[in-house]
Design a protein around this ligand. Structure first.
Ligand code: GPU
Length: 838
């Protein structure tokens, strides 16, 4: 149906165009209007939640007018768009970000104050949008911010989970998972009940001959409806407002099947509805782990099929030839989770649009790019052939054909290497047979990238080595990760952002982070250092208050705050950290009171979630809490050491924690952390880091200088030999670590049996993560940290110098690299004054 208003009536629309508020009075008017009409409340019945809701609605209205105009502009100009497909978008809170990005936070602050509210309290009412596990999902969120800020025509596509990542509670020192009820009230999404797609599952494939041509027809066994929910993504200091489209699942054909209902089959009608809604019900809470569950595969296809239908529908409006598809569309696969999109596009082009296979395949491979985020074998996705066959029968046929043509070309190029075919086959000939999604993603994309230099080198020399031989090195590239300075500096650390602005000629550094280099000439400025130190101290006071409020433990903000916050994982080595803390505790205990007086007080702060099924990670959390319970009440120790586990680490807590850190820990076994991004957040907020030569730590060192980072531990190139030696040689444990283990086994931190598996992993099971090999170097390096921290003046100078050299790590730089090297797209210039015109 043509829904466009005819030309003669458009005058009336233009006359009545919406104007957004620009000042305090305009803002207040909108808040009062929303409180009284949208919320049906009044000044006699307006709590902080109502104030939050009305403020959000006021900003939402504003965003949505910008969003509309952005979409109109993009449609009119009809240039190439980017589609970022990610199963995770770890957005955090939206209101603070929206106020800052549109430049009206001060207006809102003053307006809210007049109406009787403190903006900090209002902002805190918002529940995080936590549709992700960790770094991978947060990267997607930072990329959306940069895409909008840089005016790229770009859409994100994801799933609208009813439950995001679980809420973590710590009960008796153990993690307990509680559902995340984030959708109770969410003013940031727009249901688009008119934008729906029917998604097929199961069934069989029939061959039909149409006009002498045999085509495959997939007769579905089940149909589920996808409903679009749109989330506006405002750029910073630009009218560009992009769209994040999240799909929600629903039984097709309405609430439930009335035919079944009326015929008395009430139960099965409800069951159908529930089965459909289950698809988008919950985010799988695994980080760096794939467990091959059928529902997860259903989620992936549901989301990919709905997104591609939407993208193709939009492309078809321009009535171009199919060969122009890659000139109009770039699709980036955030890890292998959306790899079925490759197969789905080939299916649409061949089965539905009637293109020849080779022509279609050329279009497909020119459209997709694939980002790999890990080399850990347990995280590489593989699906049993039988499961794919059952759920997506036509897709399995297409995968087999893709593989056949691929292997034929490999055989031609490498006729003497029979084993090559087995190694690179998309189908692993195991029992049961498996589809290797990463290989499918490589074969179906024109570019494959890693997320930091070391990682991109590692994928080329290990897991994807054969593919470099087959395609040549140019198909593989690196885009080192980055973070948005808007959220991770300006929003999280407003005082530091303001101080920096005062030395860098205003807020331009937020759009061109290399301008931070202007700070360096002020490093010697005593007054500047003092203000810098004061801000850090105030941020630590704020965190200390949070620690007191949530754990009851009083920490001294003058202590060195040592922070490790990230998902709990053996490869990230929180166990190394807590063993180091125990070592410190034992050293302090062995000292005389006089010796103790000379020691530097420290607070060891941990935070992070363990996947609910990851038993060892949960034991690590338990050990951290058990050590805290003993150390924190030890009167010999007092302020010299406190051990804190912060419950329910998430994006909004990260915004409070990063600015309050003196030293943070990025201590993964070398070669295991693809990039890491919290390392960047901590340095950007004026904290130093201790880390291994892994992921982006290496490039951070190159940028900020070796003297401004505390590196330790074995190198990635030595890991394999060390592991081999543990298993086949004699494996002796570091003597200091041995003492730590003995203390745990004495029962100092509770029932030793609780921790025996953690110790056995090192002593008996080959110490896969090299905890013992790196322990001595780790302890020594922490002593260097203590010494360095004693000279506060030098320390602050290191922090300032480091921040001044962090320009490279903005996600704006990443997006420009993707745009240039992978997507071949350009930003759309915006005329700030034109409203209706292009
Ligand atoms: N990452 Br695979 C996740 O957060 N989850 C995953 O399932 C996978 C990777 C992370 C990497 O561990 C981290 O090193 C990287 O910085 C981040 O992706 C973004 O690339």
């Amino acid at each position: 149906v043509e829904a466009s208003i005819p030309e003669p009536q458009r005058e009336a629309w233009k006359r009545n165009q919406i104007t957004s508020f620009t000042d305090k009075d305009g803002f207040e008017k909108e808040v009062v209007r929303h409180v009284e009409t949208t919320l049906a409340r009044s000044m006699f019945n307006c709590d902080e939640i109502a104030a939050y809701s009305a403020t959000s609605l006021a900003f939402r209205d504003r965003l949505i007018t910008h969003w509309n105009r952005t979409q109109q502009r993009q449609t009119y100009r009809d240039t190439k768009r980017v589609y970022y497909l990610s199963l995770e978008f770890l957005m955090g809170r939206a209101l603070d970000n929206a106020m800052l990005n549109v430049g009206l936070k001060n207006v809102a602050q003053d307006g809210l104050a007049e109406l009787g509210f403190r903006i900090e309290d209002v902002v805190k009412q918002e529940h995080d949008a936590a549709l992700g596990n960790g770094g991978l999902g947060r990267l997607a969120a930072c990329f959306l911010d940069s895409l909008a800020t840089l005016n790229f025509p770009a859409w994100g596509y994801g799933l609208r989970y009813r439950y995001g990542i679980f809420k973590q509670e710590i009960i008796d020192g153990y993690q307990v998972e509680v559902p995340d009820y984030w959708l109770d009230f969410n003013p940031w999404e727009f249901p688009r009940h008119d934008v729906t797609v029917d998604i097929q599952f199961f069934g069989q494939v029939n061959k039909k001959t149409v006009g002498g041509k045999t085509i495959s027809v997939w007769e579905a066994g089940e149909i589920v409806q996808a409903v679009a929910y749109d989330v506006p993504i405002p750029g910073y200091d630009t009218p560009t407002t992009n769209n994040l489209r999240l799909w929600s699942s629903k039984a097709s054909g309405g609430e439930f099947d009335f035919q079944k209902f009326n015929s008395g089959d009430y139960e099965s009608s409800v069951a159908d509805q529930q089965r459909a809604e289950t698809i988008s019900a919950v985010l799988y809470p695994n980080d760096n782990l794939e467990r091959g569950k059928e529902l997860r595969l259903k989620q992936q296809y549901f989301w990919v099929a709905a997104s591609l239908y939407d993208i193709v529908r939009r492309f078809k409006k321009s009535r171009r030839s199919w060969n122009e598809f890659p000139d109009q569309v770039a699709i980036q696969l955030n890890d292998t989770h959306p790899t079925l999109a490759i197969v789905e596009l080939q299916r649409i082009l061949v089965d539905i649009e009637g293109l020849e296979w080779d022509n279609a395949w050329e279009i497909v491979t020119s459209t997709f790019g694939y980002t790999n985020h890990t080399v850990l074998p347990e995280a590489l996705e593989k699906w049993p052939v039988g499961l794919v066959q059952h759920l997506l029968p036509r897709h399995l046929q297409i995968i087999y054909d893709i593989n056949l043509f691929f292997l034929q070309s490999v055989e031609k190029a490498f006729p003497d290497d029979r084993d090559m075919l087995r190694r690179v086959s998309i189908i692993e000939e195991s029992q049961p047979k498996m589809v290797r999604m990463a290989f499918l993603a490589i074969v179906g994309s024109h570019k494959v990238n890693g997320v930091a230099e070391l990682h991109s080198d590692l994928i080329k020399t290990t897991i994807f080595k054969d593919f470099v031989e087959i395609y040549g090195p140019d198909k593989f590239t690196n885009v080192t990760n980055g973070i948005t300075p808007r959220r991770w500096l300006h929003q999280a650390n407003p005082r530091l952002s303001e101080l920096i602005a005062s030395k860098c000629g205003g807020n331009d550094f937020l759009k061109d982070l290399t301008l931070l280099n202007q700070l360096e000439k002020h490093v010697e400025d005593k007054q500047f250092r003092k203000e810098w130190a004061e801000i850090k101290y105030a941020n630590k006071v704020r965190l200390a208050k949070h620690i007191k409020d949530t754990t009851g433990v009083v920490v001294n903000p003058a202590s060195l705050f040592d922070v490790q916050v990230k998902r709990i994982h053996e490869y990230k080595r929180q166990q190394l950290n807590i063993f180091g803390v125990i070592h410190r505790y034992l050293s302090l205990k062995a000292m005389t009171p006089d010796q103790r007086k000379k020691q530097l007080p420290r607070v060891s702060i941990f935070g992070g979630k363990a996947a609910p099924g990851y038993w060892m990670a949960k034991q690590i959390i338990h050990l951290i809490n058990s050590v805290g319970a003993v150390v924190n009440k030890d009167e010999d120790i007092g302020d010299l050491l406190k051990v804190i586990f912060l419950e329910d680490y998430n994006v909004s807590k990260a915004e409070m924690i990063c600015p309050a850190s003196d030293i943070s820990e990025h201590i993964s076994t070398a070669g295991t952390e693809a990039s890491g991004t919290s390392n960047m957040k901590f340095v950007l907020n004026g904290g130093l880091i201790i880390g291994t030569c892994d992921g982006a730590n290496i490039e951070i060192t190159r940028e900020i200088g070796e003297s401004n980072i505390f590196l330790f531990g074995n190198l990635s190139e030595d890991v394999e030999d060390l592991r081999h030696a543990h298993t086949y040689g004699s494996h002796t444990i570091d003597s200091d670590l041995d003492k730590v283990f003995n203390e745990i086994e004495k029962g100092t931190f509770g029932t030793p049996h609780d921790f025996s598996a953690m110790i056995a992993a090192v002593r008996q099971h080959g110490d896969y993560y090299l905890v013992s090999d790196d322990f001595h170097s780790y302890i020594e390096t922490h002593q260097l940290v203590d010494e360095a921290y004693r000279n506060q003046d030098e320390w602050i100078a290191k922090c300032i110098t480091s921040v001044s050299r962090m320009g490279f790590f903005t996600s704006d730089r990443c997006i420009n690299e993707y745009a240039e090297e992978i997507w071949n797209v350009e930003p759309l210039a915006v005329d700030r004054h034109s409203i209706w015109g292009p």
